[in-house]
Design a protein around this ligand. Structure first.
Ligand SMILES: Nc1ncnc2c1ncn2[C@@H]1O[C@H](COP(=O)(O)OP(=O)(O)OP(=O)(O)O)[C@@H](O)[C@H]1O
Length: 573
């Protein structure tokens, strides 16, 4: 506010300078009285105005620096808070949430939308600053000339109405389209990077390039429209400004019958005020347009927040939070009791009324055809999904009644794909656990990984490329086993852990697992029956139900489902 007032005052100082310069004593405006009061009679108004102008400018520069600093601080703080908030929300979401959303959409929120939110707040600050400036100048020009200003005001209101109705609605709509198109581009980009191996092998780069080009073309069209429409108000403003100057000059000449000198001070100051006001008005419109364009991105952050609040308030979550969590103790057995599960409301049950037991320190295998529900069982055990009804119990206690981290710490999970990230082998084994380098070497030795790690150029300090591109599948799995061993789990869950490996690698990985799992409860989910023959119990799963159970020998003798699977696989080998 003080900044706007000073800016207007600075322009008002032109008035005495012009009048004194032209030696006009107009007494046409209230400003004549004000300046006569400000400047004592013995002071040269030319010098006094110059000094005041310099002092005001100094103050204003200071103000501008302070405002710029606080605006950047606000932008950075809002961005920072939104960054934290988005990640806080994401990290507290259940696994289902990630499975149900496109990665690209989530990336868009975390990267682009967060930035847009910060910028929108910054734009809002500049909008308010410009709005105040416009208001002060409007008051000023009214004081200078009521009649002309009322005409400009009516014209201005009509213009703002037109701009809002036609231009800003379009900016918002195109902003939405731009938002959607940006998301699509981000999804394709992300899929291309994460699927690069399959894309290379299938020689489908051209297909992806085309998909990307289409998205980028749409983005180009969208951007062109938004950027163009956003500039229109400014162009019209400039047109109006210079038309006012032109018509004003003609009008002044006609109105004063050529004797316009006494009015030059007012006219010049008026024009200068307009000249300052119009960019401020432009600024208002530009910032408002930018906010409209950024609104859809802000809405996606808001939707994320809303989903989170709704889920936090859901009766299930509230009850779960209130429930006291027990320390994880496992002495007897893990029991699946009447478990039913479906992935989504409306879909058929993937797991149907499933009941079976896994005794402590036993080795249990679950086999079956593709789509039978084997991985779903692993997902339920790993707390990735919750049974729709029934429960998974450990020594009679529902696994959801244990402290989540307590339970997961005792569960070692080895899947088909091992997640390794761009860091050293050592950090990939540590995976965030506080432990010594000796512990890591020990775990790698147990996992039969030490030898190959030492053969890499920098040993444990060797950087593995993204997605472990520099390691073989078997080596990646042994890094994963080392990671698990470091955590000393009580339960080992192997979900098709060797199905991506060749026979030799599979054998080495299974030998490591056998060696390490003597005092562990091992659950092996497998397609290939070669890995489960020494299990204490093998359960054969069919359409989400156990169709038969027994040892390898018993099941072969029974000549049922297992026997069929076994003979089919033997024929293929
Ligand atoms: N996230 C999901 N959303 C919806 N349906 C799913 C989801 N994951 C799996 N399914 C479905 O559940 C069924 C069982 O899948 P699951 O992965 O458990 O089978 P599986 O026995 O492990 O098969 P495979 O041996 O091929 O890995 C399949 O019909 C599958 O399409």
């Amino acid at each position: 506010m003080a900044f706007s007032a000073l800016d207007v005052f600075r322009v008002a100082l032109i008035y005495p300078i012009v009048n004194y310069g032209l030696d006009v004593n107009s007494n046409l405006s209230i400003f004549d009285t004000i300046f006569q009061l400000i400047f004592p009679l013995d002071v040269n108004p030319f010098i006094a105005s110059g000094i005041l102008l310099a002092v005001t400018t100094l103050f204003m520069t200071g103000f501008e620096i302070i405002i710029a600093y606080f605006a950047s601080l606000t932008f950075a703080s809002v961005r920072n808070t939104t960054d934290h908030l988005v990640f806080k929300i994401l990290k507290s979401q259940p696994y289902e949430y990630f499975a149900g959303h496109k990665q690209g959409d989530l990336l868009y929120i975390g990267q682009i939308a967060v930035n847009q939110t910060g910028s929108a707040v910054n734009n809002f600050i500049i909008f308010i600053q410009n709005l105040l400036l416009c208001t002060f100048y409007l008051l000023f020009i009214f004081i200078l000339s009521f009649e002309i200003s009322i005409f400009i005001l009516i014209f201005g209101v009509m213009f703002v109405f037109f701009i809002k109705k036609i231009i800003f609605t379009r900016i918002y709509n195109h902003g939405r389209i731009l938002n959607d198109v940006s998301k699509v581009k981000s999804v394709i980009y992300n899929e291309f990077i994460s699927g690069i191996k399959s894309i290379f092998i299938t020689d489908s780069i051209k297909f992806w390039a085309k998909k990307y080009d289409v998205a980028v073309e749409k983005l180009l069209k969208s951007y062109t429209k938004v950027v163009f429409i956003r500039r229109i108000p400014g162009i019209i403003n400039n047109f109006i400004l210079f038309m006012i100057i032109a018509l004003g000059a003609i009008g002044l000449y006609i109105f004063t019958d050529g004797n316009f000198l006494p009015y030059i001070g007012i006219f010049g100051t008026y024009l200068l005020a307009l000249y300052r006001m119009i960019p401020a008005l432009n600024g208002c419109q530009t910032q408002y347009g930018a906010i409209m364009q950024q609104l859809p991105a802000i809405e996606s952050v808001y939707d994320l927040l809303k989903d989170y609040e709704d889920s936090e308030l859901s009766s299930e979550k509230v009850a779960d939070k209130k429930r006291e969590k027990k320390r994880f103790i496992f002495n007897q057995a893990i029991t699946f009791r009447d478990v039913n599960f479906r992935y989504k409301e409306g879909l058929n049950n993937t797991i149907q009324n499933l009941s079976f037991e896994i005794k402590k320190n036993s080795k249990v295998a679950i086999v079956g055809n593709s789509g039978a529900g084997k991985t779903t069982i692993a997902n339920l055990l790993a707390l990735l999904y919750k049974p729709t009804s029934g429960g998974v119990l450990v020594d009679g206690v529902n696994i959801y009644d244990f402290s989540k981290s307590d339970y997961l710490r005792t569960l070692g999970y080895l899947g088909q794909e091992t997640f390794v990230y761009h860091d050293t082998i050592k950090e990939n084994i540590r995976f965030g656990l506080e432990c010594s380098d000796e512990d890591i070497t020990e775990a790698a030795k147990l996992a039969d990984a030490h030898e190959f790690i030492m053969a890499t150029p920098d040993g444990y300090e060797t950087i593995i490329g993204d997605q472990g591109m520099k390691l073989s599948g078997g080596q990646r799995q042994r890094v994963a086993i080392a990671r698990i061993m470091l955590r000393k789990p009580e339960i080992l869950l192997l979900d098709e852990a060797t199905s991506a490996l060749d026979n030799v690698s599979e054998q080495r990985v299974m030998e490591s697992v056998d060696r390490l799992s003597k005092d562990m409860t091992v659950i092996i989910i497998a397609h290939r029956l070669s890995t489960v023959q020494n299990a204490d119990v093998i359960h054969v799963l069919k359409k989400g139900k156990i169709s038969e159970s027994g040892t390898h020998k018993e099941l072969l003798e029974a000549k049922g489902e297992y026997y069929n699977l076994y003979t089919k696989q033997k024929q293929h080998n």
